[in-house]
Design a protein around this ligand. Structure first.
Ligand SMILES: [Zn+2]
Length: 275
């Protein structure tokens, strides 16, 4: 399920007088698509009667230019179109467009949240040679912010460690995840998160793959780890339930295949089901 796309990122529109392309226009975190879930090449928001608060050039997808845009909370969608929650569009719009939409929403967030310098409070301006906003006074650059988070399966022979966060819908269990702390390696983050949340020590940590997760701004880094020692001990706050499960007695996990947690669990099932 880990795929790459023929997307060439860019900061400046190479032909500035032409703004035809894919426009990823958001209202909050809802993307503008047609009522029948289409996102097609267009001449831009102004032609649709929209007045965006901000726009940015994103790059090219399959030779078509891509732009992000954001409109105010009270903007009405053009006729025949609707702002829809980005997550709900998974598999409803083509995967490569969904992927670029994830970039677009993060670029909108960055553009909106760094209008003023965090150091001196003066206005910033969009840079023309890199994806940053630079302070007009102290010249400090402000880059889009991404929060790295590890997500890991933990296996013990034919079993996988699954746990339940109180934030999950009722009855759902999944693998463990958590944000990387400043100064920490990814492997250290895997060991720490698993130990903190379940009391288990792991080793033999292998990289699985990654997934941008723009809800709100994570980069999920997937790992597979092996049980080393310890008994399950949960804190009852971050984790309210944890146990070992074999393929034959898996509990309810998140349905579908939108996220790397599901890819990791499916990979475990595929490897262990015939053993
Ligand atoms: Zn400044």
């Amino acid at each position: 399920m880990i795929t790459t796309y023929d997307f060439v990122p860019g900061v400046v529109n190479p032909r500035e007088n032409s703004i035809e392309g894919y426009w990823f226009i958001f209202q909050n975190r809802n993307l503008l698509v047609s009522l029948d879930y289409k996102l097609e090449v267009s001449s831009g928001p102004f032609r649709m009667g929209l007045e965006p608060l901000r726009t940015q050039y994103l790059g090219e997808l399959n030779g078509e230019k891509c732009f992000s845009g954001e409109v105010s909370k009270d903007s009405e969608p053009p006729e025949g179109m609707k702002f829809r929650d980005l997550r709900s569009l998974y598999k409803r719009i083509p995967n490569d467009l969904y992927h670029v939409a994830g970039r677009a929403v993060l670029i909108n967030d960055w553009d909106r949240n760094h209008c003023f310098c965090g150091a001196c409070g003066k206005p910033t301006k969009t840079s023309f040679n890199e994806r940053s906003r630079v302070c007009s006074e102290c010249k400090l650059p402000h880059f889009p912010r991404i929060a790295p988070a590890i997500i890991t399966s933990v296996e013990r022979d034919r079993e996988i460690l699954l746990a339940r966060s109180p934030h999950f819908p009722p009855g759902i269990l999944s693998i463990l995840a958590g944000f990387v702390e400043p100064g920490e390696s990814l492997e250290e983050a895997v060991k720490r998160e698993v130990r903190e949340e379940t009391g288990i020590d792991v080793g033999d940590i292998k990289y699985f793959g990654s997934q941008p997760w723009p809800y709100p701004n994570s980069l999920m880094l997937g790992f597979q780890a092996e049980y080393k020692s310890g008994e399950i001990e949960i804190d009852g706050v971050e984790i309210e339930e944890a146990d070992w499960y074999s393929v034959e007695n898996m509990p309810t996990t998140f349905a579908g295949d939108i996220s790397i947690s599901q890819w990791l669990i499916q990979d475990f099932i595929n490897r262990k089901k015939n053993l």
